[in-house]
Design a binder for this molecule. Sequence first.
Ligand code: PBG
Length: 341
Amino acid sequence: MTETAAFPILRPRRLRLNAALRRMVQETTLSPADFVYPLFVRHGRGVRQPISAMPGQHQLSIDQLAAEARAVAALGLPAVILFGIPETKDALGSDNYNLDGVVPQAIRALKDAAPELVVISDMCFCEYTDHGHCGIINAPGQAHYTPHLPDGYLLNDPTLELLGRASVVHAEAGADIIAPSGMIDGMVRAIRAALDGAGFEHVAVMSYAAKYASGFYGPFREAAESPPSFGDRSQYQMDPANRREAFKEVALDAAEGADILMVKPALPYLDIISAVRARHNLPVAAYQVSGEYAMLHAAAASGWLDLRRCALEALTGIKRAGADLILTYFAKDAARWLQEK
Ligand code: PBG
């Protein structure tokens, strides 16, 4: 404390007297440049399939993306992150490293329509595998079967090889940033090495560095059609109870060459966002996930809270905690709300 005076000399309310004064002393401001907008892409033509637990969000076919890209850019949003729903799934998630797969096609469509828009490619296998896990699963008769490891175990190092391969394919299609989200050990290093080996030294890696095994991903699994067919993701995603472990994970990803560090989800993990901000000089991203979006919408639909006010308050809280970037389904709404203010 530098102030030596106290009440009644000091009255903090003086600076809250009117809107102009409050604006002068406001410490955190939101801008459209803070937001990244997630898009779900699928095959087909003319598809805008609403996602029931995420009001206002859709699965879009590739032909819808040009208009979407222009709308996003016109709102001043700098970036989108892509999730793909492939036509066919298999044990190795091969559509993820197919140059004509759904995400590479989407990247090209977005880049054609809005070249200045930053395209981030979520890099994970759960949308592409028939078992819905984020990598190769140990199973008798399947590729990479390793008898001394448990059945159903996610095979770490063989998965790294596929992550590298798919990242190069997405970079070839024009992705600006690869965002590995599977919490596979060594994923950042493997992707960096694969990108550099293929001449993509300029493509950045945004790591889902501290990603928790969260119930708040519920609506996303409908949106991306990616629920695991057995078990859950707690063998690779983090236990919500752990804090020190997040610092270990984040430090590893920074050492492996991540350009941006992400914490996910956002609102229940503000302490982690804040601490990661203090410990690292890299940009920190936070993902306000599907369940965070859904619960605000559900409460607003019941008339229990004001959507705009509470969404902006949540986003402000995430930024105040230390996030430089926020991945949020509210990105377009929030950009509009900020324009209106
Ligand atoms: C893929 C992935 C998930 C999310 C982002 N990337 C789902 C999961 O890990 O189960 C969740 C995003 C959200 O809930 O909005 N691994």
